[in-house]
Write a protein that binds this ligand. Structure first.
Ligand code: AMP
Ligand code: MG
Length: 496
């Protein structure tokens, strides 16, 4: 049993300046632009509890004011952080928080610290051509997906709340504005480091690296400086490899893996046109604007390494070439290890044996060729018995074309027989690894359509399901199914 931390009102939160303490070369101090006539659309009590904030605080006007950009934690300034980044392979010299503002760093009762960021709180010095706003649609997508990934055990920023308004915002059509409150120990990105490197601001780069190590990688402080940056870089590389291994195992495509969307903590950051793979296809491109498929699902592992190389390049003034290469060399083995471990768990294999990877690859090839639903296929596989025939039909039903499945199942059962693991224990373990519920695009779209008609109950209902993705009864059967036949696939793009 865990003992709930004593909950507290907003006013008693301990707030620090976070990265804004580094000064104006790192952040622009800027007040949020309040959303006109805001209302609360979603609130996540579990994330509030991380801060030690009681759920009843959501009902206070003070909370809504904070969450809608109408207030900040005086005297801590709110701020936009500068960064740059490689977008679709090309370096952009200045990006930065164009529509996000940090309200500061909340010190939680656990001692953990969380930067509270408002996404969509108005323009900043880094808004370029943008209006500083986020639309309701995109805040709901980020809110639901970040909670979905968290409960699947994948590192991610967390979503605390959405505030909405009738304030119109122009995208492809007129939509309404909303502000997402999200939390992470820090929202620093690979691009934060690239910004200082490419401007040859080496002292600032060192300040940023020292700040990051001191606050978020403190295990390396005791090491001599000559080792510290190498250990830090290697740790980021390994976390990134593990993050992407998790995504591949669960079938998550981020959609815009630019280096400015890569968290220095190895968390999933900046949800845009992401998608969960449904009909399995390594070529799955969730971002309608990604014509070349640079960020296709199956390319994510390679892109992760590409992005780590870009980060390593930004460490040029801190680390010599051979140390940078040594840190980068950790990526592939760490990815392979984490991916193999995740996939073995999905197949219910406890021991490591030669041939496991071939078994996994053969299954993925079958899923692709047979146009199987990725999530449903693994869920059904969890119920396959060691006795031939048990569960085969239900598994085959997740394929459009199950040709080739029978010989694979033969090999799989042979492999299972090599482990002394009884069916019920294996099946229970697999049902805890292969989710029944993921955030299918049409589900998110349903919550968005309802919210656009002022019904926010579907957001809360989905959140409740995604909180228990492995639980057979968390949602309705239809929540575990692909979009009904005849539904037009929804195209998602960078527009948000
Ligand atoms: P994203 O594609 O959301 O990761 O954003 C890329 C860059 O564009 C970041 O610097 C964002 O802050 C900025 N940006 C995106 N949308 C807007 C907007 N509506 N207003 C201002 N800046 C934006
Ligand atoms: Mg971004």
């Amino acid at each position: 049993m865990t003992i709930a931390a004593p909950s507290r009102p907003l006013e008693s939160l301990r707030i620090g300046p976070g990265i804004s303490a580094l000064g104006e070369r790192f952040v622009e101090r800027r007040d949020p632009t309040p959303l006109p006539e805001p209302y609360l659309i979603a609130f996540n009590p579990a994330v509030a509890a991380l801060l030690g904030v009681d759920a009843s605080e959501a009902e206070r006007p003070e909370f809504l004011r904070l969450a809608s950009g109408g207030a900040r934690f005086d005297p801590v300034p709110s701020y936009a952080t500068v960064y740059a980044g490689h977008q679709f392979g090309a370096y952009v010299t200045q990006l930065g928080d164009g529509r996000a503002l940090g309200l500061g760093e909340v010190v939680a009762p656990s001692g953990e610290r969380y930067e509270w960021q408002l996404k969509g709180a108005g323009s900043t010095a880094f808004s370029r051509f943008g209006d500083g706003r986020a639309v309701l649609r995109s805040t709901i997508r980020e809110y639901l997906a970040s909670e979905a990934l968290h409960h699947l055990g994948i590192p991610t920023t967390r979503a605390l709340a959405i505030a909405g308004s009738d304030y119109p915002v122009m995208r492809e059509t007129v939509e309404t504005a909303a502000v997402l409150s999200r939390l992470a120990p820090t929202h620093l990105r690979f691009g934060s480091f690239e910004y200082f490197h490419y401007r040859r601001l080496n002292p600032e780069l060192k300040i940023l690296a020292d700040y990051t190590i001191e606050n978020f990688f403190s295990q390396f402080i005791a090491h001599p400086e000559s080792e510290r940056y190498a250990l830090f870089l290697r740790e980021v590389v390994e976390r990134t490899a593990r993050l992407i291994a998790h995504w591949q195992a669960v079938g998550f495509a981020h959609g815009v893996l630019n280096t400015d969307n890569m968290s220095i903590l190895g968390q999933t950051l900046d949800y845009g046109p992401y998608g969960f793979v449904e009909t399995f296809d390594p070529g799955f491109i969730c971002n309608h604007s990604d014509e070349m498929g640079r960020y296709a699902f199956g390319r994510q592992p390679a892109i992760g390494l590409w992005n780590c190389r870009a980060l390593a390049q930004a460490f040029e003034s801190l680390l010599d070439e051979s140390s940078r290469q040594a840190a980068l060399a950790a990526y592939e083995p760490e990815f392979e290890r984490a991916y193999a471990a995740a996939m073995r768990a999905k197949l219910g294999l406890r021991d490591e044996r030669d041939g496991d990877l071939a078994l996994i690859e053969d299954l993925l090839a079958l899923l692709e060729r047979g146009r199987a639903d990725y999530t449903r296929a693994f869920r059904a596989l969890s119920r396959v018995g060691s006795v031939p025939g048990v569960g085969d039909e239900a598994l085959a039903a997740t394929f459009a074309d199950p040709a080739g499945l029978a010989p694979w199942l033969l090999a799989y059962r042979e492999r299972l027989a090599a482990e002394a693991h009884d069916d019920s224990a294996r099946q229970a373990a697999m049902l805890g690894q292969n989710p029944k519920f993921v955030l299918r695009n049409h589900l998110a779209q349903g919550a968005i359509a309802a919210a656009q008609a002022r019904d926010y109950s579907e957001i809360a209902r989905l959140e409740g399901i995604l909180r228990r993705p492995f639980d057979e009864d968390a949602g309705d059967e239809r929540d575990a199914q692909p979009a009904p036949q005849g539904t037009t696939p929804i195209e998602v793009s960078c527009s948000s």
